[in-house]
Ligand binder design. Structure first.
Ligand code: KE4
Length: 428
């Protein structure tokens, strides 16, 4: 009997009732093949499936579990808040406390509004930028993912300077044509687009560290030029830090790269694993939001007391600053080990990392953009993924996702991961 027989039965049944058997596509393992396991529980750096198999978890529910799963401080905060009710639909003090915490952590945020997902945060920031500037045009970069709102499910047009095409059924061409898409790190294309269309752009939105096509980094000068061009053309710069915010440090990627965006989007970590999103930045822009200004944005569960309590508990656990130092050390440890065992096995792996976020591409590096990332040998990645999973290590089920280390990953957990990888690389 398969070691994951119960998961397989649950998945077969789920396929009859839930599209693709999942509530978010990446969970279906389509990029790596096979059947997803069903989680029974998770504790610290480990997740346990319904068949009783336990895995060292490097997905961390796609970023929120920076303190590991079921961190006592977060569980306690949720339990305590829940005894006083689960939702009020009227201001509660935790919302103000959370706003102050975000502002204290991210200097570019003068005002902030909470919502319920990263998608809502970026969708609202785009609408706000359009309302503030009176312009319709948006620029994003290929390989960057900002959630599934219509204006952002757009792929590059035929030429780099033509406007976008829908990247999903159901997105009207009329929406997509307002969104230009360029290769990340391509200064020449960027300058060309701003020459032609700069005055029509309401905003540029980017992952400062793109981590939805694996993980690659901005080239020296790219962000500085982007900031200059947007300032000169009156275009707002939106940093999508839904994954990097509070993951790479107290002020996320923008602090590391010295970038001062006009707006930033957050999610994941600030909800401690509960549904949350946030967007914030310059007060003169944020005050365009209803009920003060003409840009409408709302949400029944926005600022939910349980999500705020969980997020505050996560914040407090991180604020000592020790966590990010530990995460950097763990990231370095895992990187050194994985690079060594791949080299020893003669397997070409390009390991890219920043802090506790990483991706091992199965191709020669460096990887600077989506085109480079697409050179990766995805079938070899899939074999690597399953080899690791069968030996108790759960990596992101796609070559085009980042991995996440938590403060709950011990030195021994990382040593175990490297030992397992040494074995798997031998049979790739
Ligand atoms: P959500 O709507 O999924 O909360 O956030 C959307 C989003 C926005 N911006 C960035 C940079 C993001 O990475 C995301 C979502 N991240 C993916 C993982 N790469 C979520 C996983 C999933 O879609 O199931």
């Amino acid at each position: 009997m398969s070691v994951r027989a119960i998961s397989e039965a649950l998945f077969a049944e789920s396929l009859r009732h839930i599209p693709g058997g999942v509530n978010s596509p990446v969970r279906a393992f389509r990029a790596v093949g096979g059947t997803p396991f069903f989680a029974h529980s998770a504790q610290g750096c480990r997740i346990t499936d319904v068949d009783g198999n336990s895995y060292i978890d490097y997905v961390g529910t796609w970023g929120p579990a920076i303190l590991g799963h079921a961190a006592p401080a977060i569980i306690g905060a949720i339990q305590e808040a829940a005894t006083r009710g689960t939702s009020f639909g009227i201001p509660n003090p935790l919302e103000l406390e959370m706003a102050l915490a975000v502002k204290a952590s991210v200097p570019s945020v003068e005002k902030v509004r909470f919502c319920n997902s990263g998608t809502e945060a970026t969708m609202s920031a785009i609408r706000l930028a359009r309302g503030f500037t009176g312009r319709d045009g948006i620029l994003k970069f290929d390989g960057c993912y900002h959630g599934h709102s219509d204006s952002l499910l757009v792929k590059a047009g035929s030429g780099a300077l033509t406007l976008g095409h829908p990247d999903s059924a159901g997105v009207p061409a009329d929406f997509a044509r307002h969104t230009a898409v360029l290769p990340f790190n391509d200064l020449e294309a960027l300058q060309g687009l701003f020459q032609q269309h700069g005055s029509k752009l309401a905003a540029v939105i980017l992952e400062v560290v793109p981590a939805n096509a694996g993980l690659y980094l901005p080239k020296p000068g790219f962000l500085e030029t982007l900031r200059e061009l947007t300032t000169a053309s009156g275009t707002l710069l939106i940093a999508d830090e839904v994954m990097t915010g509070f993951r790479l440090g107290p002020s996320g990627a923008q602090e590391i790269y010295g970038l001062k965006p006009d707006l930033s989007c957050f999610g994941k970590i600030i909800g401690g694993g509960l549904p949350v999103g946030a967007f914030g930045g310059r007060a003169d822009i944020m005050d365009y939001l209803a009920p003060l200004g003409p840009v409408y944005q709302a949400g029944t569960l926005s600022g939910n007391p349980l999500a705020m309590a969980a997020g505050l508990a996560a914040f407090k656990s991180l604020q000592s600053g020790e966590a990010w130092k530990q995460l950097e050390a763990s990231g370095r440890h895992l990187e050194a080990g994985m690079v060594e065992v791949a080299r020893a096995a003669g397997v070409e792996v390009c390991w890219q990392r920043i802090g506790s976020m990483f991706c091992g591409y199965f191709c020669r590096g460096p990887v600077w953009n989506l085109e480079d990332a697409l050179r990766s040998d995805r079938s070899r990645f899939a074999r690597f993924f399953h080899g690791m999973l069968d030996r108790g290590v759960y990596l992101a089920p796609s070559q085009f996702e980042a991995g996440f280390i938590s403060t709950a990953h011990s030195v021994e957990d990382i040593e175990q991961t490297i030992r397992v990888a040494r074995e798997v690389f031998k049979h790739l």
